[in-house]
Design a binder for this molecule. Structure first.
Ligand SMILES: Nc1ncnc2c1ncn2[C@@H]1O[C@H](COP(=O)(O)OP(=O)(O)OP(=O)(O)O)[C@@H](O)[C@H]1O
Ligand SMILES: [Mg+2]
Length: 347
């Protein structure tokens, strides 16, 4: 069942300003976690604020649970939002910040305390109840804000870059917590991030946004494997762009002077390839693409190699248990079909 529905919604911040949200049509099912992913300024926060009722649509309609809420203010919507800037109350301690929403709902003190403590425990801040928010690090403040929005258990939860200030390990733990909680409670969540790996890890569906519109939406894997255009391919992970030509008779693809026999058979004509780093590997075959190693960075589980080739700079990964070539060494690169997206030149 549709829980949230945008119908031709447009938003601008002044009568002559440009459209920040431009004819948005989007439905989100009950219990679904949908992520808005896109570059800075594309309108992600504005979409969340429209759902929360903190901004009203300039045109179009917004429905929550089948009810038209287009003109309703924030207190009349079953929505809780965790802000990009946390917006903690400086005059309240951690416990009272987390319990604030429950107090507004008139819940009794005993239950507030129990639920606020459980929420603090969930975000790893047990023992911090009586601290002032000014005595917390950025990451701790972010976790208080997270606990404050989770504790209310609203029908619709909105997250605006909830993990941006956390270190890598905590980020992974918290995103798993958010996902577990969302699935356990069947919450409808709209999640905003710049980070494509975070988006892929938490989402049922990702909407890649560009200039106030949805460029493409789908399950994470679908978007990664089948991006509709260069913008989406570039936003869903690393991609190197190469012009190619389909050779007649399915003889492979011509990439500059190099012929790639990918065995898939392509129509003859102009094509464009988005090549992911995982598509490249080192090969002994002389038919591989000649490449010279320029940089090699040790990343722990793998090396990140940058190689100069006739097609431009290639980024590739090498497991760190494999001996990396020396800088300036010449090698040959093979390309596997997995990790190569073929788009026609017009898109
Ligand atoms: N209150 C406002 N008044 C005028 N313009 C605004 C206002 N809020 C946002 N904008 C403009 O609307 C556009 C979209 O802003 P929004 O905050 O929705 O982007 P975003 O995708 O969340 O970006 P970021 O990733 O940087 O947070 C931007 O061009 C921004 O300058
Ligand atoms: Mg924003």
């Amino acid at each position: 069942m549709n829980h949230l529905e945008f119908v031709h919604v447009k938003k601008r911040y002044g009568p002559t300003s440009p459209w920040v949200v431009d004819d948005l049509n989007l439905t989100i099912e009950r219990g679904e976690l949908v992520t808005l992913l896109g570059p800075s300024g594309c309108g992600k926060t504005t979409v969340l604020r429209l759902i929360a009722g903190l901004e009203l649509a300039s045109e179009g309609r917004l429905l929550i649970g089948g009810h038209d809420v287009t003109h309703l203010g924030p207190v009349h919507r079953p929505v809780s939002m965790m802000f990009q800037s946390y917006a903690l109350f400086p005059h309240l301690n951690v416990m009272d910040n987390v319990g604030y929403g429950l107090r507004v709902q008139g819940i009794n003190k005993h239950d507030i305390a129990a639920r606020a403590l459980a929420a603090l425990d969930l975000v790893g801040l047990k023992g911090y109840e009586s601290r002032w928010t000014s005595e917390l690090s950025g990451g701790q403040q972010q976790r208080v804000a997270l606990a404050r929005s989770l504790v209310i258990e609203p029908e619709v939860l909105l997250f605006d870059e909830p993990l941006s200030n956390l270190d890598a390990r905590l980020r992974r733990e918290m995103r798993q917590e958010i996902r577990n909680l969302q699935q356990r409670l069947g919450l409808t969540v709209v999640y905003v991030t710049h980070d494509q790996s975070e988006a892929m890890a938490v989402s049922d569906r990702i909407c890649v946004m560009n200039k106030g519109q949805i460029a493409q939406q789908g399950a994470p894997r679908d978007l990664y494997d089948h991006p509709a255009d260069a913008f989406v391919a570039g936003f869903m992970g690393e991609a190197m762009w190469v012009r190619a030509q389909g050779l007649p008779g399915g003889q492979g693809l011509q990439l500059g002077d190099w012929v790639w026999q990918d065995g898939r058979g392509h129509p003859p004509g102009e094509l464009e390839l988005a090549i992911r780093p995982e598509a490249w590997h080192l090969t002994d075959a002389p038919s591989g693409l000649p490449a010279q190693l320029r940089h090699c960075a040790f990343m722990g589980s793998q090396y990140e190699l940058t190689l100069a080739t006739a097609l431009g700079h290639v980024l590739m990964m090498l497991p760190s248990h494999v001996q990396a070539p020396r800088i300036d060494a010449w090698v040959h690169l093979g390309l596997s079909a997995h990790g190569v997206v073929v788009l026609s030149r017009s898109s």
